[in-house]
Ligand binder design. Sequence first.
Ligand code: NAP
Length: 330
Amino acid sequence: MSAHPSAAIEKVVIIGSGPAGWTAAIYAARANLNPVCCIGVPRTDPSPVLPGGQLMLTTEVENYPGFPDGITGPEMMEKFQKQAERFGTRIVGEDIVKCDFSKRPFTVTTSSGAAIKAHSVILATGAVANWIGLPNEMRLARSGGGVSACAVCDGALPVFRDQVLAVVGGGDTAMEETSYLTKFARKVYVIHRRDEFRASKTMQQRVLGNPKVEVLWNKVVVDVLGEETISGLVLKDTRTGEQSQRAVKGLFIAIGHTPATKFLQGSGIALDDKGYVKMPVAHRSNTNIEGVFVAGDVADSVYRQAVTAAGMGCRAAIDAERFLAERGVH
Ligand code: NAP
């Protein structure tokens, strides 16, 4: 992994290396913008974060068009990267820790202190699924042992069909994932730490009226059982402290996501109240700063799919190309 290769002003710097970042890189490279992609460094604390993004923690991907037999998340990201490199994308294997968007050319600073100057920047750093943080939860999530933070991505896999599954959370995502899982599962427990959901009433009703669903109110998961694959959960009642166990073959964590926007603090990029990058122009990848574009889950708390992120990456690269062309940067 090379450090930043030159002191020249880059046409476009892409920050992030999930489906959004690599797709932006493929389009930018094919448009002769000679992009630099800052892919970040792996870390595990508090949640696992890897170059390649959330797909690096996914086993089978069966819903990305073009892969009729499915593909693993890491394999898919390797292919995205190879395709971006084939057209000349240069890679910086560092995190970006600071951005100065106050004047053009912009400056982005890497973790080693290198300053990269750029005429345009594409933000594609994604969002990290929140995990409970239990050692066995993380072990079985990493090994594809039946613990996942995305039911829409993983729930339809054969291992979960006709099984007893559990969803943790009480928000809209938990409701949506529960409804989705009931299409395949025999039974779905919803485990929530309080005695009421925060989800919208309509989505709650869909779950509460489903005969396959049993809600376990006032419960938290304190351990995940199973060696190779999950076999059960240890629960604790939040009012009495009493512990109990449930046998399950799958666990879906739906306790929110955290967008990776900490490095944007002080940069002038407008964020919403949850920390997602705001997109002020409908159907465009613009941010509030001219020349800075955004793609993928870092600006999307709704869809969060590889294919939607890739589509956003394509849009951001095309928007950056037009922005540069209008200013005579070729
Ligand atoms: P959310 O609204 O923040 O809900 C997170 C849920 O997880 C809450 O019920 C919370 O419990 C629980 N939780 C948080 N930390 C926990 C922990 N450590 N252990 C156990 N439980 C924990 O997140 P979300 O459901 O992902 O939704 C995010 C945003 O996207 C929301 O604005 C939502 O409306 C939106 N969304 C919309 C749709 C839709 O309209 N179709 C679908 C999905 C998401 P408490 O309630 O006790 O805090």
